[in-house]
Design a protein around this ligand. Structure first.
Ligand SMILES: Nc1nc2c(ncn2[C@@H]2O[C@H](COP(=O)(O)OP(=O)(O)O)[C@@H](O)[C@H]2O)c(=O)[nH]1
Ligand SMILES: [Mg+2]
Ligand SMILES: [Zn+2]
Length: 307
């Protein structure tokens, strides 16, 4: 039997089998001797024996996140408030670049469009212009959410998708989760998780399937701020430009082979910025991130990467 781990607490896993059955199981496979732990999002093979069901093997992963501990993320929905709090697009572009770097499709959701519609539209045009799917919504009233929910259905039509919401505190992630899963009591979940966290310091991730979008799973990751995504050491300076998708046509066309695309003469990226074909905001944020990564001393980068 094969399936996907949708929940894991203290060595006990819930696997949703390809047949649609939920099975509680432990891990028995040889991977345990190699120090490999099954993660939420893992595709696994499992079987029954006298002791009950257990995971025999973990199928190859498409990617792994350490914090939150999960595997095989396909989409990262970056939630940006149009206002209250003021949107921080440098952080947004950091999340987007890190997702790109790991082969996770970033999708931009501009929330609170009721508070500042002009700003919501401005942000939308930046990200659509860069080549991303982008939605403007008001999670509080549900305005614009139908298009977003339609997108969930669309991406999950031919394959299982596994998404997470990321974004600044108070962007509206919890409000959106409640709209997606009106019957799930995330609040209760939060409380019990807090108690568990006090005891073991682990953070549990749980996957929920979107009603009306079979095969579309969203990770509930309470109380964490996408730590993997905000620690920047995981992205190399050399791969930053490739993580800005609208730069891709320019790469390799600059006058200098070692062009950093920040200020050089004859830079093909800067040329497109001047022509208005690449958003100045996105390029400014690229330069900000470039300088931020460059300022991390090598020893610190290595230390953080091994933590
Ligand atoms: N005006 C407005 N307020 C919203 C909207 N969505 C969420 N909020 C409010 O913004 C605050 C933060 O929302 P929350 O979902 O907790 O954000 P989170 O920290 O990203 O989970 C709450 O007071 C929400 O009621 C929206 O679309 N419009
Ligand atoms: Mg929240
Ligand atoms: Zn260049």
């Amino acid at each position: 039997m094969t399936g996907m781990i949708i929940k894991g607490v203290g060595g006990l896993y819930t696997v949703l089998t390809d047949g649609g059955e939920r099975i509680a199981c432990s891990a028995r496979g040889a991977f345990r001797h190699e120090g490999v732990k099954p993660l939420v999002g893992d595709r696994v093979s499992l079987s029954n024996d006298a002791d009950g069901a257990a995971i025999d093997d973990i199928l190859p992963r498409r990617n792994t996140l350490v914090r939150p501990a999960m595997a095989n993320l396909t989409h990262l929905f970056v939630v940006i408030p149009a206002a209250k709090p003021k949107p921080d697009l440098v952080t947004v572009d950091k999340l987007v670049a890190l997702a790109e770097d790991r082969g996770i499709e970033p999708v931009v959701v501009v929330n609170k469009c009721d508070v500042d519609r002009a700003e919501a539209d401005r942000i939308k045009s930046i990200y659509e212009g860069a080549g991303f799917n982008c939605f403007t919504i008001c999670a509080a009233t549900g305005e614009g959410c139908d298009a977003l929910f339609g997108f969930f259905t669309e991406i999950s039509k031919s394959k299982v998708t596994l998404s997470a919401l990321a974004g600044a505190s108070a962007a509206g992630k919890s409000t959106l989760m409640k709209r997606l899963f009106p019957t799930v009591d995330f609040k209760t979940g939060d409380v019990s998780r807090k108690i568990e966290r006090g005891r073991h310091t682990t953070r549990h991730v749980e996957l929920f399937e979107v009603p009306d979008a079979p095969g579309c799973y969203i990770a509930d990751t309470p109380g964490f701020s996408m730590l993997d995504f905000t620690r920047f050491n995981l992205l190399e300076l050399s791969s930053l430009a490739a993580s800005f998708r609208e730069f891709s046509d320019c790469l390799g066309k600059c006058r200098y082979t070692k062009c950093t695309h920040t200020k050089e003469e004859g830079c093909a990226v800067l040329e497109k910025v001047r022509e208005g074909k690449i958003s100045k905001t996105r390029h400014d944020n690229y330069v900000a991130l470039y300088n931020e990564i460059k300022a991390i001393p090598e020893w610190k980068r290595k230390k953080e990467a091994s933590e």
